[in-house]
Design a protein around this ligand. Sequence first.
Ligand SMILES: [Zn+2]
Length: 143
Amino acid sequence: MAHRHPTALDAEHVTHPAARRLLKAELANCAPCRARAGSEALADLEPSGVFDALLRGYALKRAQQWRTRRTRYPVTLADLAPPHELRFLGRATHEVARGCVIESRAGHKVATTDALAELRLLTDEERAAVLGDVIDGILEGEG
Ligand SMILES: [Zn+2]
C-alpha cells in the first residue's frame, strides 16, 4: 500500500525523490517500503538514477567529513578516506569508492561514471552490500 513516512530527513546532498523515499523508509524502519525502494535503487544504475543519487549524496557527505587542509583535488573517495574509516567499508564498497571522484573542495561535484561501471560488475549480493553501506553513511547522525 502506498503511504507516506512523515519522517524528518536532512540528507542535504540527496535530491532525487525516489532516493529520498528510500532514506525515509529506512528511517521509519518500514520493511515493505525499504524492500520496494531498495529494489528500485538496485535496478537503476543509470547516471542521475536512484543509486547514482545515493552514491553522490554519500560521497559528498564523506568528502566534507574526511577532507583536510592538505587535501588535493580531484581525489577519489577511497584515497580521501582515513584508514580507520576504510576498515568499516566492505570490499565492494571500497572498490566503488575508488570510482567516486571529488572534483573540488568547494563544489558539489562528484564524478561517478567509474563507480557506476564498477557497480554493474558486482554480484547482486555485493551491490546490495554497497547500497547498505551508502545508506548507513548518509543516515549516520540522523534519526
Ligand atoms: Zn512504508
